[in-house]
Ligand binder design. Structure first.
Ligand code: SF4
Ligand code: SF4
Ligand code: SF4
Length: 375
């Protein structure tokens, strides 16, 4: 066991393997408030990377409805239920992570889903928590809720899949922190499937090996965003980099949103893997539910999101979501526009801070027709 830094839980923790952090870490931010569960991301990834034999049930990207949905079924509920209640004290996790709650040489705490758990990729879709009492909508009460959770591999800083693999077939790339499975070394023991708390490795019945999201590394090497990011209809996703253990850079939109303003939060930080997909929590969902999912900073993040129009820098960074197919590494707010540049220094996005609106004449003389304005 090695002692490693884990800023997401506010303390050092035990991890089975000593390793040097990558030079930079691929990072994603998903704004849950904007996801419409159209599954375009899922289809883009599926057609791009997993359309072969034995990959029928493999979804590197999936989008599930919370609180009831999940793929594989109940992936998170099963792990949460098997462990003690999580406790935080002033931003520090006081209960053990999945690397710390057992004897030092044992693999990370986990479970292997059954075949049935993979049978229905979107069970629970659009199921709502709560019920509407008669007339509830009239007096302004809206007690029911649900939200869509888009999920890919988190390319964790301390991957449980990597720690559990007896063949050392899983590795984290030094240049960008992407976590990959070497298909030549893998013998299909499925220890990674058991260990990954997010269930983001999958067993291929035909190749008899495990596989996972490849972080679209051929695209990343060319400075392009991942397929699931580029195709996102709701523009809920930002794809970029952060440098581990370095001072956060306010000109890097990822650093500004995640580390400086702390608007986007990791999914189940208590597991201890330091995931690198960060979520802007849904503001309409009760905080007791969100806190077990995103940790103790939920309230502050929700409040900040509500008044984001007063924070021009933060608003500018958020407006750049989905604005380019290139990875934006630097941004600025210039007058009434947010501007983004890629790693080569080329300007790749320029978006207005306020969406422009035009009011049309009710009668269009040129075309001899009446127009409606929907504002
Ligand atoms: S494409 Fe975007 S909006 Fe549609 S389901 Fe995926 S993450 Fe949500
Ligand atoms: S999400 Fe799972 S598969 Fe991905 S790096 Fe983390 S532990 Fe490994
Ligand atoms: S990063 Fe690429 S491989 Fe991973 S889920 Fe998105 S599209 Fe699929």
């Amino acid at each position: 066991m090695a002692k490693v830094k884990n800023w997401q839980i506010g303390r050092d923790m035990e991890y089975p393997i000593a390793h040097t952090p990558p030079k930079k870490q691929v990072t994603y931010i998903f704004d849950i408030n904007k996801c419409i569960e159209c599954q375009t991301c899922t289809v883009a990834c599926k057609t791009g990377w997993t359309s072969g034999k034995g990959q029928e049930h493999v979804f590197y990207n999936n989008v599930e409805t919370k609180p009831y949905g999940g793929y594989p079924q109940q992936w998170d509920v099963k792990l949460l239920a098997s462990r003690d209640l999580v406790k935080w004290k002033r931003g520090t996790l006081t209960t053990p992570t999945i690397f710390e709650d057992h004897a030092p040489l044992d693999p990370p705490t986990g479970h292997r889903p059954t075949e049935d758990d993979y049978a229905s990729p979107n069970l629970g879709e659009d199921d709502i928590f709560g019920r509407v009492d008669r007339g509830a909508h009239v007096d302004g009460q809206h007690p029911m809720w649900m939200f869509y959770l888009a999920r890919i591999c988190n390319h964790c800083e301390h991957p449980a899949c990597l720690a559990a693999c007896p063949r050392k077939a899983i590795y984290k790339r030094e240049e960008d922190g992407i976590v990959l499975i070497d298909q030549e070394r893998c013998r299909g023991y499925q220890e990674c499937i058991k260990a990954c708390p997010y269930k983001k490795t999958f067993f291929n019945m035909v190749s008899r090996t495990s596989e996972k999201c490849i972080g679209c590394y051929p695209r990343v090497e060319n400075g392009e965003v991942a397929l699931c990011v580029e195709s996102c209809i709701g523009k809920i996703r930002m794809h970029g980099f952060s440098v581990p253990n370095a001072e956060p850079d306010p000109k890097n939109p990822i650093d500004l949103i995640v580390k400086i303003r702390k608007l986007a939060l990791p999914l189940y930080p208590q597991f201890g893997t330091s995931p690198n997909v960060f979520y802007i929590p849904p503001i309409h969902v009760p905080e007791e539910f969100l806190e077990q999912m995103f940790g103790p900073n939920v309230h502050a993040a929700k409040e900040l999101y509500r008044r984001v129009s007063k924070d021009r820098e933060l608003l500018g960074a958020l407006l750049l979501f989905g604005a380019s197919t290139r990875i934006i590494t630097r941004f600025e707010v210039q007058g009434d526009e947010a501007v983004g540049w890629d790693a080569t220094g080329a300007e790749v996005a320029r978006v207005p801070m306020v969406e422009r609106a035009f009011e049309r004449e009710r009668f269009d003389e040129k075309h001899g027709t009446f127009r409606h304005n929907l504002m």
